[in-house]
Design a protein around this ligand. Structure first.
Ligand SMILES: *Cc1c(COP(=O)(O)O)cnc(C)c1O
Length: 414
């Protein structure tokens, strides 16, 4: 039987190659860090989610070791049967406190947290209103839920429906969707958004979203995966950055990015929501518990970040330096404050190939960056997405800028 499927897959895979959409993996032979080993060569890493440089931090490694010694390697159980240790409860309390919420519930990833969060709360008589550029895991979580769905044009807060003449499609603003959900008589309405959008590094307009939520009696759910640990002046996230702490109802986030980078995630929110999740959330009820080593290191990470803002301050300083110097050098950069810094290629001929060639040349210069093309980003919005880390020294940042300028001149971009 496999023969037919095999032929089909081989054809589809070769199509991916032809369309240059095939995803290969790049293999790292060292720990995740600002400097990594790729094919035996030391290169500077500018494309990890290691925002605070904690992925290989000695204190986190020690905390993980300590927890393996004291609580073992694995629990071989879901949480509610025999998979909850004291440290799981400690981490849930610490995360909730860090995010400024009542309580939290752990998952093995934020993908799981987003798969879990909607279905137990919302049914066919309810509504989810979601940003068009939300993360795949939010989209999938919403698919698992029976609530009615409205999609608003990315970051568009308006009460209008507009026609895009280039595509012939109409798109709606958030307020327009809220009005429609109200008119449809929906019981609960939830607005779901990423706090920071990963391709452009732009930040959700949470003040406007919270105002509209108040006006229409809606709940606000924010995925803080690209902001927990460093956005806002004490690193709590975009709700702190935008001064709306206390106005966001539910937060999901990952421990797989700034908060140590291993794995795991959570839902944080009001006591009753978390209590309900412990009884109804399927990735919690039917999937294994978080490993003790990951729990221990994530607790250590939150302890470090609660004591000092040193790391998020360093990240901010590095980000400002990189963005300013790259703009001065003449690169086309989407303005912003986030360490995700997209360098845009759309204005040059053959931008897709150019971006790929640029990234290859950067690797030869010892700087690891990645080119993104359609369908990951819209056509003509090809880019190299740089991610700055607190783990980069000022020297690392300057080396990367120099390499960008060298390759940019060589390829006649600047
Ligand atoms: C990375 C990411 C996730 C997935 O997090 P994992 O813990 O790796 O599953 C979810 N949502 C957003 C917005 C992300 O950027």
């Amino acid at each position: 039987m496999y023969g037919e499927l095999k032929n089909y897959l081989n054809e589809e895979i070769s199509k991916l190659h032809e369309q240059k959409l095939y995803k290969g993996e790049r293999i790292i032979e060292s720990p995740q860090s600002a400097e990594i080993l790729v094919k035996g060569k030391k290169v500077l890493n500018f494309c990890a989610n290691n925002y605070l440089g904690l992925s290989s931090h000695p204190d986190l490694i020690k905390a993980a070791h300590d927890e393996i010694d004291s609580r073992g390697y694995g629990l071989s159980s879901v949480r509610f049967i025999c998979g909850t240790q004291d440290i799981h409860k400690e981490l849930e309390a610490k995360v909730a406190n860090f995010l400024g919420m009542d309580d939290s519930i752990l998952f093995c990833s934020c993908f799981d947290a987003n798969a879990a969060v909607f279905e137990p709360l919302l049914g066919p008589g309810d509504a989810i209103i979601t940003d068009a550029l939300n993360h795949a895991s939010i989209i999938d979580g919403i698919r698992l839920c029976k609530a009615q769905r409205w999609i608003y044009n990315h970051s568009n807060m308006s009460d209008k429906e507009e026609l895009d003449p280039s595509t012939g499609k109409t798109s709606k603003g958030l307020e327009k969707c809220l009005k429609e959900a109200k008119e449809a008589g929906c019981r609960f309405i939830m607005i779901a958004t990423d706090g920071v959008f990963s391709m452009d590094g732009d930040i959700a307009n949470l003040p406007a979203i919270c105002d509209l939520a108040d006006k229409y009696g809606a709940l606000v759910m924010v995925d803080e995966s690209h902001s927990s640990g460093f956005m806002g002046k004490t690193g709590r996230g975009t709700h702190e950055h935008h001064n709306v702490m206390g106005r966001v109802d539910i937060i999901t986030t990952t421990f797989g990015k700034a908060l140590g980078g291993a794995s795991g995630g959570c839902i944080a929110g009001p006591k009753e929501v978390i209590d309900w999740m412990r009884n109804k959330a399927r990735p919690y009820l039917f999937s294994n518990t978080l490993a003790p080593s990951v729990v221990g290191a994530t607790i250590k990470c939150l302890d470090i970040l609660s004591k000092t803002t040193e790391l998020r301050d360093k990240l901010e300083e590095n980000t400002k330096l990189f963005r300013a110097e790259m703009t001065k050098a003449g690169f086309d950069i989407i303005p912003g404050e986030h360490p995700i810094t997209p360098i845009m290629f759309g204005k040059y001929d053959n931008c897709s190939e150019l971006a790929v060639r640029f990234a290859d040349r950067m690797l030869e210069e010892g700087v690891y960056v990645t080119a993104f093309s359609f369908p990951v980003v819209p056509r003509g919005k090809d880019r190299i997405r740089v991610q700055i880390s607190a783990g980069h020294s000022t020297e690392h940042i300057k080396t990367a800028i120099a390499a960008f300028i060298k390759v940019g001149k060589e390829l006649k971009m600047i």
